[in-house]
Design a protein around this ligand. Structure first.
Ligand code: HEM
Length: 499
């Protein structure tokens, strides 16, 4: 008889009968896995039946908290290959010509819980972990190019309004339009979400966007601002509301199923990575603020810098997809967050929630572990299986010297002025929403109006409804007029509300 460690049993022997002995978590053999230990034929169960107790205990602890947003998701492994030399912009190893970096991507929906249908109208998360030779870089984006808000301080309120009501446990347009009627800059993102882009046909046929401006830093410490865009090679395909409802009536997992089927057939989905770059001196050259996550950099040209191929599904959904932890704080030399106020909040929030969801040592889990040696004096904590062989767990020290690397220094910038709590100056809440509306085909516009009217028409408060209508009217008069008609609103009242 040969005992395998539990780990080998769970990962090594999937699919098919095996001759290995069943054990408890302490490695001892299980004598009987079908009959618990009792006091005779009709006596009670015995507390000493450690196998029964362990089995029930472990079962009761199988669930961990689901992600507070983006709970429903699908993960896939792959690789990223750069195709352009951008060393003049960044010293990041992931963009070094000739390199190949393993990646893990998790696609998700945002608002509803872990078992919800994949057809729901929602942005799709598009989070990529690059296991680079200088540590992990996470590009945590969505399938839409902008966001609803531009300051992290609004995020918990926004999510509360979009999640099911704490009283009825139902999602309610009365609640989220109440919130959005106070946030005119949401008009752009709402237009994307209520268009057919809010119901992508699957995960392969959609783009991914970094949304925020980030910073690229080269060897000399020069900084440029950048936006990232994954362009699907499969062609974009969206669903109409009717098509989404039809699929939903038959299948809650159509997108995961489609991804797994494509990979099984060897039809590996690919995305090209494009960047848009602005010099710091160009930040003031637009009628919007390029560090505002509700805006696209419409007039800036895109350059292709690499290609990602997804080619392997996880061997265990929980261990890989559920335990994966993507964080905008996972940055590498040559890539930094910009001053975007939304991104700055995200840099804190993800690692924080993951310490709660997965524990302080979540970066030691196989799916999150960097592919380089991790050396620091962060220590102990629940679930720690890193090893510290040195008695020196402090710095500086002459006994055990760990070198700092100037490559890891953050970029530096001059500062002046006062601390403040003020909205940004260039707000431009509606113009890009109008441009988006006008870029749609007549059929897509019609779908957008119908989708929006479906939810806005449920809003009981007339004031809220007309404020929202005035936002869409200011984006584009035709857009606002058609929507007003579709929800039986009053156009005169809408025009009076124009800011
Ligand atoms: C201040 C604004 C935001 C905050 C505070 C925030 C917070 C969070 C939190 C707490 C999670 C759960 C993470 C986990 O449990 O592992 C999450 C997931 C996620 N967020 Fe955000 N978020 C914000 C804005 C955004 C934006 C603008 C994007 C897209 C550019 C985005 C994309 C994602 C994605 C893709 C995930 C799922 C990652 C995964 O697959 O595990 N979030 N967010």
């Amino acid at each position: 008889m040969k005992y395998l460690p539990l780990f080998a049993l769970t990962i090594g022997l999937i699919g098919g009968a095996n001759a290995e002995t069943l054990t408890r978590d302490n490695g001892a053999p299980v004598g009987d896995n079908q009959n618990s230990q009792t006091a005779g034929e009709n006596g009670g169960n015995l507390l000493q039946d450690v196998h029964l107790i362990q089995k029930l205990q472990r079962f009761a602890r199988e669930r961990i908290p689901e992600r507070v947003v983006h709970a429903r998701g699908t993960g896939v492994h792959g690789e990223f290959v750069p195709i352009a030399d951008i060393s003049h912009l960044t010293r990041a190893a992931v963009f070094e010509p000739g390199s190949k970096t393993p990646v893990f991507v998790r696609f998700s929906t945002v608002i509803h819980s872990k078992g919800s249908p994949e057809t729901l109208r929602d942005p799709r998360g598009f989070a990529t972990k690059f296991y680079t030779e200088e540590g992990n870089w996470d590009l945590v984006g969505n399938n839409l190019p902008v966001f609803f808000i531009r300051d992290a301080i609004k995020f918990p309120d926004m999510v509360h309004s979009l999640k099911p009501s704490p009283v009825t446990n139902q999602q309610d347009p009365n609640r989220f339009f109440d919130f959005f009627s106070h946030v005119p800059e949401s008009t752009h993102m709402l237009s994307w979400v209520y268009s057919d882009y809010g119901t992508p046909a699957n995960l392969r046929q959609m783009d991914g966007w970094g949304v925020h401006a980030y910073k690229l830093v080269n060897d000399k410490g020069d900084v440029n601002y950048v936006k990232f865009h994954w362009k699907t090679r499969q062609g974009i395909k969206n669903l109409t509301a009717e098509e989404a409802a039809e699929i939903q009536s038959k299948d809650f997992s159509h997108a995961t199923r489609d991804m797994y089927a494509a990979i099984e057939k060897g039809e590996y989905p690919q995305w090209d990575l494009y960047i848009k770059v602005l010099k710091p001196s160009q930040l003031n050259s637009f009628n919007y603020n390029p560090l505002d996550a509700t805006k696209m950099w419409l007039d800036v040209k895109e350059t292709k810098v690499g290609t990602m191929t997804l080619n392997r599904v996880p061997t265990n959904f929980f261990q890989e997809t559920e335990q994966s932890a993507f964080a905008p704080a996972n940055i590498v030399p040559g890539i930094e967050p910009s001053e975007d106020r939304l991104l700055q909040g995200r840099v804190f929030s993800y690692s924080d929630t993951q310490m709660y969801r997965l524990g302080a040592n979540h970066q030691q889990l196989p799916i999150n572990r960097p592919r380089v040696v991790v050396t620091n004096w962060n220590q102990d904590g629940a679930g720690n299986y890193g090893q510290q062989a040195s008695t020196v767990n402090y710095q500086p020290s002459r006994i055990d010297v760990r070198n700092e690397d100037p490559k890891g220094l953050y970029s530096s910038k001059p500062l002046s002025g006062r601390t403040q709590q003020k909205a940004i100056e260039k707000k431009l809440p509606f113009a890009q929403a109008g441009a988006f509306y006008r870029s749609l085909s007549p059929e897509e516009r019609q779908n957008l109006i119908e989708n929006l009217a479906g939810d806005l028409g449920k809003v009981r408060d007339d004031n809220t409804k007309h404020i929202m209508l005035s936002y869409f009217y200011q984006a584009d008069n035709d857009y606002g007029q058609r929507l007003t008609k579709a929800v039986g609103g009053d156009l005169v009242r809408v025009r009076k509300l124009v800011q």
